[in-house]
Design a binder for this molecule. Structure first.
Ligand code: TXA
Ligand code: MG
Length: 353
């Protein structure tokens, strides 16, 4: 399949591009486009055949449902039966933006494979001007998972999408690098107390300021009856080389790197600039900086997937990643890092522990 490529020129209307890309979507083709979180791979959510093309291109397991994207809030009423009070408050506070809300789906309104057989649907209104313009031009509910091959880090640039999906999808709208860099927060609002199924662009703190205390998937994971995002059980965000999260002093980092090198590994580091400076004297290191000197969590989030992907273009055989505070976007950063690492930690032994 030929993959059509459109480049959005900033400061111009790009009307023709949006019309062409929207035509592709209306014809039942797949088109990748930027959102404020990551690039999504869109298709008409009312067409089973169109949605099937998403699963096929991504190599995505059929039991993992897709998020439906809209340009206008009123589009939601076509395929959702009820908007509980707390969902309405969240919509007012965070849409358009990086928050996906799970709501009861109207039976027959969407293609069955969008919801993977569930009675619920994830809905999101993105804030990125390019996604909004495209969604408005198509004026269809658009199913869109992240535009990566299943299991790979999500794409934060059109080049990442091209790397994974060229030849597998009908088009890519290049709108530059995405902003947040990690996916939307997914919150289930079909239960009495809403549950965060995936931490993301809107923090738990921000959500609790609007609707009070919520459950989070962490606590939920332990209880058998509780729902969770089907997608969270699969390997995700993983570069080719294994990732370890390292926690400890600079001396511990030195020691850990040395041990890996003695075992014949080529070590890559996914660390902040401040830490990199302290490790720079070691030989044979491949370093990928994720952040500014100040270790700003927003910048880490923005650069994380790009960093993980970058190692695939090196000869690194092991990646050591710094860990971050679990506040605000840090919760989502650590969630993705733990998935990339398969929860493998290397921790410094401390006295009294
Ligand atoms: O930021 C984002 O959300 C991006 C952009 C493109 O919008 N999309 C995205 O989609 O990350 P995806 O498919 O990669 O992740 C969707 C997650 C999966 O973990 C899936 O299992 C969960 O949301 N999900 C979707 N529908 C659900 C439902 N009805 N109930 C529970 N979880 C659901
Ligand atoms: Mg994804």
């Amino acid at each position: 399949m030929d993959t059509h490529f459109w480049k959005i020129e900033m400061g111009q209307a790009n009307t023709e591009i949006y019309q062409q890309a929207a035509e592709f979507l209306k014809k039942g083709e797949t088109v990748a486009f930027p959102t404020e979180t990551v690039y999504g791979l869109g298709a008409d959510a009312t067409s089973e055949q169109a949605v099937q093309k998403i699963y096929q291109a991504k190599g995505r397991p059929a039991d993992n449902p897709l998020i439906v994207h809209i340009a206008k809030k009123e589009q939601m009423h076509d395929f959702v039966t009820e908007i509980p009070q707390q969902a309405a408050q969240l919509i007012d506070a965070f849409w358009p933006g990086p928050l996906t809300i799970i709501l009861p789906v109207r039976s027959g309104a969407l293609a069955r494979n969008v919801t993977a057989g569930l009675q619920t649907v994830g809905v999101r209104m993105p804030s990125h001007p390019v996604s909004l313009a495209l969604l408005e031009a198509a004026y269809l509910p658009i199913a869109a998972p992240s535009a990566n091959r299943s299991g790979r880090p999500s794409p934060t640039s059109a080049a990442h999408v091209a790397e994974d999906l060229t030849g597998q999808i009908a088009g890519i709208v290049d709108g530059g690098e995405t902003g947040v860099g990690l996916e939307s927060t997914v919150i289930d609002c079909t239960t009495e107390v809403p549950t965060i199924l995936r931490p993301g662009g809107v923090s738990i703190e921000q959500i609790e300021q609007v609707i009070g205390q919520v459950h989070s998937a962490k606590r939920v994971l332990d209880s058998a009856e509780a729902p969770k995002a089907p997608g969270m059980k699969y390997t995700h965000y993983a570069p080719n080389a294994p990732v370890f999260i390292v926690e400890g002093s600079v001396e511990f980092w030195h020691e850990t790197i040395r041990k890996q090198q003695e075992a014949g590994e080529k070590v890559g580091l996914l660390v902040s600039e401040g830490l990199a400076d302290k490790l720079m004297d070691m030989d044979n290191l491949e370093i990928w900086l994720t952040t500014s000197r100040e270790k700003s969590l927003d910048q880490v989030a923005q650069q994380l997937y790009k960093g993980l992907r970058a190692f695939d273009h090196t000869d690194c055989s092991v990646i050591l990643a710094e860990s971050y505070e679990r506040t605000e976007i840090g919760e989502a950063i650590m969630n993705r890092l733990e998935k990339a690492a398969g929860s493998k930690y290397l921790r410094e032994a401390t006295e009294g522990r």
